[in-house]
Design a protein around this ligand. Sequence first.
Ligand code: HEM
Length: 600
Amino acid sequence: MIFNSGSQADSVIEEKNSFEELRSKIQPFAGSTMLVETALQMTIGCRKFLVSFLVNIFTNLMYSACCLLLLWVLLDVVGIGAPSTIKNILAIPGYPLVGNIFQVLNNPALVYMKWASYYKTSLFQVRLGIKRIVVVNSYEDVKNLWIKHSCSNNSRPVSFTFHDVVSATQGFTIGSTPVGESYKKKKKTVSSGLNHRRVIELESVIDEESKYTIRKIMQNDRDLLVKPSCNNCRYYRTLLSDVDMLPFVQLYALRSSIYITYGLHLNVYDEDADLAKEIIEVENNIMKFRAPIANLQDYLPFLRYITWRKNVQAQHYRQRRDRYMDQFLELVKARMDSGDSEASSSLIGKTLALNDPKSQLTPAEVKSVCLTMVSAGLDNTPLNFNHLMGRLSYPSSGYYYQRKVFDELMQLYSNSVCLAWEKVVSETSCNFAVALIQETLRYFTVLPLGLPRATSKDIVYNNAVIPKGTTLFMNAFAANHDPKKFANPMCFKPERWLNPETKKLLPKESLIHFSFGAGSRMCSGNHLAFKEIYALLCRAILVFQIKRPTATDMLMEPDPFKNNEHPTAISFEPKLFKVRLEPRMHSDSDELHEKIFKGP
Ligand code: HEM
């Protein structure tokens, strides 16, 4: 036998000695020498097998550990495959290979905000698997990087789940299209349909849709159907009078976008109810694939082969979406062919009829515009409105805000709810209502991390060069709650948008929030969203008193993070809450009641 080392030789000699000792002990008692020999051989065999087995395991473990160590050195220390660090910007410490990804899975905006405060810097970089991302937290840095550097900060990053799987057939929405010629054409089309002037022209749509929504809310509650002067529902309220406003507002936003886009009236409470439910469900689920962190496979590519369930889900929603998106497009084309004027004057109708080859969109670009229009405001507008309703249902502060809006409307419109009902669609003159909406947009910041940006050129900022192609996250929640800009930022205070003496709105430039983003890729639907919320809010306050729900556990939790049902989602998704609606009584409330039920 060849011994590898002295210690191994020693152990064999030791083993032999103990074997002789054992033999001498057994010998006197053994009936048969053969039997003893066999027993001894077996004992030694087992022992040898056990030792070699343990040595094998140990060797394999050592090999695996060495391989992992080597992999870590190559990938993390040497940096093969790892995104390179940007000099002069703090890099938040993370873990090998995955970086910071598992630290920011839940409520990433809150985690970033805490890091900004802990490391005393608004600007830092994180590593999410194979991607390096610069996160910007303060009001001032957001303003500088998004507005002053808007030409270099004007693209969108491309992700595997959203761009390659979900968007494979209908194309990307405009908000997720990287900058380029195609983006410019699509953006121009949507902007021309949603700019300030065009939104004023869309008054009739908002008038009809907000009236329809208020009527449906009233029809949903038997007590609200009675004329206000005969109504005594406040004496016998039950749990049934608590209402979840979100589905009504989602249908309001959906009907408005479908009409603006295709010139079609969806009968969302009757024959198109299933279709409406399908669109809301599918779009809501697709939004989840856009979440900046939830799709781990975007950052850890090897998961693309393991997390097949995510891909299957993404493909499933894509197919469901294809069905209704293709149907809408076919329908609008057929209506245009049959001379339907509403279809021809819709956004898509006008786009399809365009003859200028320069600005003409390809079929894929038309699909992308349709998709943007259907999906963009479907969640954000209703969620903001709903948050505001929750605020108004708080007994002292909320009731006070409603009184302020109502009194101002009465002062503006000759003390008539009927006149105010008409005017709130064409004018946005109620300062307190505007302030309430601005404060809701700021405080709630429905998209706390906005939509990610990608730099299209190098940006030199504070001694650092942020290279072209870097992903930037605007922590819009942190910037909107920056104490250097907003005094007492965690407090919901609509008055901050008003001049303390005149009670008029502050000039636009003096106070800005980032809930619609900023710069060249700011939300194209901001005028429409604002107008939709303003008209519905004023009309709701003219007709109802929004009260605390009868079930006390249904009162809204105002902190968006605590109230967030899906902390990994891209937008805040509040837990279910309700409000109670009582009819508002004013001198011409009965007349308004009749008006709401008249006509289409
Ligand atoms: C309260 C409601 C809404 C909120 C809070 C909101 C918020 C946002 C945000 C944060 C962005 C990213 C901006 C940036 O990167 O700077 C965005 C982009 C966009 N939004 Fe909205 N949005 C709302 C409603 C709407 C509506 C109703 C539409 C249209 C029907 C719309 C259309 C778009 C489009 C087209 C973009 C992409 C702009 C681009 O990339 O050039 N949004 N929105």
